[in-house]
Design a binder for this molecule. Sequence first.
Ligand code: ADP
Length: 278
Amino acid sequence: YQLLVSFPEKKKFIFSDLIAIAMLSLIFTLIIIIAYSNALNQLFKQRQISEIKTDFINNMTHEFKTPIATINLALDAIKNPKVIEDKEKVHRYLQMIRDENKRMHAQVENVLRISKLEKRELEINKEPLDVNEIINDAIDHVSLIVEDREGTIKKHFQANRTTVLLNDVHFTNVFVNILDNAVKYSPEKPIIDIYTENIKDFLIIKIKDHGAGMSKVAQKRIFEKFYREHTGDIHNVKGHGLGLAYVKRIVEEHNGQISVESEKGKGSTFILKLPLIN
Ligand code: ADP
């Protein structure tokens, strides 16, 4: 006897049988790859955050150590019987203690301010104000440090309309922070230019320095909390990486925008765009 069996659709049958398994294994492989890269990504992010935290704690302690040491020394000096008789010296030491205390207070305020802003506890009352005046105020605040570094701040105010709905205290802080950075991150004498102009119903303010500049990666991240560009020595320029995060939040609270253009070694320009009052 001979049994003949024919499979007219043998190939199709095998293929359709296999395709389901092949598809399934492909999907599972994809899931494994995605999960693995996700885990790696998270790990990388966590490491970055922990690095940023360590930097922040290092900088904070570093900045508190100096005033605490100065206050200690001043107190020891006052305790000295020879000094305590001398009113003038006591007065000088007390002034030193007060100044250092003020500095520490300012540091703490800086950190608190950003956390309040996060929780939306910060009161921001706005009123129509002339931005030129606010910029001039901010320049007055930093003029001493600019003079100390033999730098200059030049104004090129070309905007005709400069009234914006804003909170004067917070906005003065915004300009002070940007100007302060321009000085801090200028290794040579700080040369700063401030430009204003009107484009449509907006006021554009550009603050340009000729300092250290920053990399493309840093430009994308400087407005994040605690971000500081890694240079060889982190204590080279002191800071907490909070200034620009605060600046961005305040500018956004005023329906404005902030961006930065920069080139490593050539300098940076911070550009603010604020809506004008009609
Ligand atoms: P801080 O100055 O306290 O580190 P900021 O939030 O003010 O924090 O700035 C974040 C980072 O952005 C700085 O650490 C620095 O790397 C970079 N940066 C800010 N302003 C400038 C500038 N004018 N030139 C070069 N780098 C800058």
